[in-house]
Write a protein that binds this ligand. Structure first.
Ligand code: 5AD
Ligand code: SF4
Length: 463
């Protein structure tokens, strides 16, 4: 990150005028976090100062998620709250998936919002904001299949790891999912561009990268597949941990599994969305695999990668889900023994095929709630049993941040376990070897067993 970028004059601002400030609030997935870092990068390069509170900011952007209804409801509420931080001359914008989905409807629902910009429109933000500050209103929701923001230097906020989008959009058409509508068709960045960014990240002092895509393992830049990408990124000098999220079970070629197994920097953890354990449900979801296919995928991966940790996503109450079909989800959880899972109640999204299914297929809220509780109990129980068995193990952790209690530090093992470590905040960014000395069932306590192995400088956090 060069100082020259940080000191550029604001577009359209009189010479000598103070730099306008921008605050971005982010909702949703890591792709949105990465996009917010790009937006900050673009705006700082255009003369803005980034601020971390909305109070009095010249520009407030809310980067939104549309995956479930409650994500959108929350944002609508938040737009109202943020209004009170605006002062005369401030402008507010809505970006991300909800902006793409609702377009000008956002301007009608929240009159104090001036710009609505979808995920492929962030390059134009400085000009759109200039217009907004002159009192104009804009909606920019065209897809741009060439847009990877290659020349924009992300302004990273995460202290120890870098989110790196390698693919945008999605070509699957899971019947419940709004993402193909909000993020458009799948396209991959060129491998050499990703590797260039990974080198930059290392130069900023980071040692872990998380490669991002909606179906990241279907990555293909026309010449290279995901296996090539893992090998290339994993070989970058200075990188100690490579992760990726989220893959699709159908895109785990033998080449990808071999790359995972053979590249030492690639971490032994896969987040493998399952959605349901019932083949008939999976068919209605258009997931394009059966229960048996999913299990076979897990077995191939476990055979190749000893000690592999697996986490997943599960949807409860998809239209027409019977008790038996839900029981199949529980039993697949028992069979795979996931380390953890994100569980969701089905949320109908306007325009998706699931909303056109017969009305009588809708599962009543009380049944969904009962199933959800049962699933939660099952997943947590398995996770606790897995974790209890790990007590006494010695693992390498990367210290990420101060834990919520404000005293311990929060770290991650290579297999993505959360471990609380008693250490000084100066240890953030360090790799330590710890013994797993206790567990709540979900997270661990770790006792350092050797002196820290290496100290990495923190990345520059300018502005
Ligand atoms: N309702 C509930 N959960 C959903 N997901 C995606 N769309 C929906 C929906 N309409 C979940 C899936 C996906 C995760 C990111 O969000 O489990 O993997
Ligand atoms: Fe949505 Fe399915 Fe694409 Fe994932 S693979 S983003 S769930 S459509």
């Amino acid at each position: 990150m060069s100082d020259a970028l940080v000191t550029a004059a604001p577009i359209g601002a009189p010479i000598g005028a103070p730099r306008p400030t921008v605050y971005i609030e982010t909702y949703g997935c890591q792709m949105n976090v990465a996009d917010s870092e790009l937006m900050y990068g673009k705006l700082v390069a255009s003369g803005y100062d980034a601020v971390d509170v909305p109070d009095g900011a010249d520009v407030i952007l809310v980067n939104t998620c549309a995956i479930r209804e409650n994500a959108e409801t929350r944002v609508i509420g938040r737009l109202g709250e943020l209004k009170k931080f605006m002062r005369p001359g401030s402008v507010m914008g809505v970006t991300g998936c909800m902006a793409q989905r609702l377009g000008p409807r956002v301007l009608e629902q929240a009159r104090h919002v001036s710009i609505v910009v979808g995920p492929d429109g962030y390059r134009a933000l400085p000009e759109l904001l200039d217009g907004a500050r002159r009192g104009e209103k804009f909606t920019a929701t065209d897809f741009d299949l060439e847009e990877h923001y290659e020349d924009v230097v992300a302004r990273r906020f995460e202290g120890v790891k870098a989110w790196i989008p390698v693919q945008r959009g999605c070509d699957y058409r899971c019947t419940y999912c709004i993402v193909p509508t909000t993020r458009g068709p799948e396209r991959s960045r060129k491998l050499h561009e990703v590797v260039r960014e990974v080198h930059e990240v290392v130069n900023q002092g980071l040692t872990e990268v998380v490669l991002l895509g909606q179906t990241v393992n279907s990555y293909n830049d026309g010449t290279h597949d995901f296996a090539d990408l893992l090998r290339a990124v994993g070989a970058v000098d200075g990188i100690r941990r490579v992760r990726y999220t989220s893959p699709h079970p159908n895109d785990f070629s033998d080449r990808v599994i071999a790359a995972m197994a053979e590249v030492p920097t690639v971490c032994g953890h896969i987040h493998l969305p399952m959605q349901s354990g019932s083949t008939s449900m999976l068919k209605k979801m258009l997931r394009r695999y059966s229960r048996e296919d999913y299990l076979a995928c897990v077995e191939r991966m476990r055979a190749a990668i000893p000690g592999l940790a697996l986490t997943t996503d599960i949807i409860v109450g998809f239209p027409s889900e019977t008790d038996e079909e839900f029981a199949d989800t529980l039993s697949l959880c028992q069979e795979v023994r996931f380390d953890d899972a994100f569980m969701f109640k089905f949320s109908p999204r306007e325009g998706t095929p699931a909303t056109r299914m017969p009305a009588e297929w809708t599962i009543p809220d009380d049944i969904v709630a009962t199933r959800f509780e049962l699933l939660l109990k099952t997943v947590r129980g398995i996770s606790r049993e897995n974790n209890m068995r790990r007590l006494g193990d010695t693992v390498e952790v990367l210290i990420e941040k101060v834990a919520r209690d404000g005293e311990l530090l929060q770290a991650r093992s290579r297999d993505f376990k959360t471990i609380m470590v008693p250490a000084d905040a100066g240890a953030i960014g360090d790799y330590l070897t710890v013994k797993l000395s206790g567990t709540t069932g979900a997270t661990f306590m770790g006792t350092p067993v050797v002196e820290q192995t290496e100290r990495k400088p923190l990345p520059m956090m300018a502005g």
